[in-house]
Design a protein around this ligand. Structure first.
Ligand code: SAH
Length: 234
């Protein structure tokens, strides 16, 4: 496949992610939400209502509130409890906390209205017997944040969480991986195909120029977001 530079061996630990949240080092967070979810919402929903939608590595993504307000049921997973508490606080949503019996040390933070359930643990601790299966996924800042050595494990798990005929919107990033160590990590299209290809139809919906000062400071001279729709056909 294409050269992914030295990113192949890069590992970011959970502790480092927690530190990013503590330091407020969260340049990935989009306060206004992601324009590509707005634009391609219909593709994700495909005419269906009342879906169960999964947000892997959710941070405090505001799109969780959008989808819950539209009547869907949202499930997220995130290692940083701070991120999850900020999510509920910033949207003035009351919630309650409970342990997750199947996962030592994990907590579930659930909106009092019941339609947003956020698991505070590693995604690798989840399984369909704990969280059920999903009709849709919004994967932004998730596959691209997973350590490159864990991609196969991540995707295998995601596949076990998908219902038949579910849809999965995936946002990846494209830039010169020899110039920035990531995250986000560069995930080439050929890798998307080898990771998901035998389980779903893959369509690239759009490539967007997202280059900004932040990326210039990383030493890059281009930065694209690439959006795919994955359909889990039977
Ligand atoms: N999807 C969010 C956050 C992207 S940053 C957004 O678009 O804003 C990646 C997030 O994944 C961080 O908040 C980090 O704390 C979390 N994370 C990293 N490894 C994780 C893991 N193994 N399980 C769950 N969350 C993880």
């Amino acid at each position: 496949g294409p050269d992914i530079g030295s990113q192949k061996d890069r590992v970011v630990t959970e502790e480092e992610w927690l530190q990013k949240w503590e330091m407020g080092n969260i340049g990935f967070h989009k306060e206004q939400g992601h324009p590509l979810l707005q634009k391609y919402l219909d593709v994700l929903l495909n005419g269906r209502s009342g879906l169960r939608i999964f947000f892997p590595l959710c941070g405090k993504a505001v799109e969780m509130k959008w989808l819950a307000d539209m009547g869907h049921s949202v499930v997220g997973v995130e290692v940083s409890e701070q991120a999850l508490k900020e999510f509920f606080a910033e949207h003035s949503l009351p919630y309650c906390e409970e342990p997750v019996p199947e996962i030592a040390g994990a907590k579930k933070l659930q909106s009092t209205s019941g339609n947003i359930s956020l698991y505070c643990c590693s995604i690798y601790d989840l399984s369909s017997s704990i969280v059920g299966k999903f009709d849709g996924v919004w994967d932004r800042g998730a596959l691209v944040a997973v350590n490159p050595c864990d991609r196969q494990r991540y995707v295998s798990l995601m596949i076990t969480l998908m219902e038949k005929n579910s849809s999965y919107l995936l946002v990846t990033v494209s830039y010169d991986p020899n110039k920035h160590k990531g995250p986000p990590f560069y995930v080439p299209e050929s890798e998307i195909k080898s990771l998901f290809g035998n389980r779903c139809e893959i369509k690239c919906l759009q490539k967007v120029d997202d280059f900004s000062d932040r990326h210039r400071q990383w030493g890059l001279d281009y930065f694209l977001e690439v959006l795919y729709i994955l359909k889990f056909v039977a």
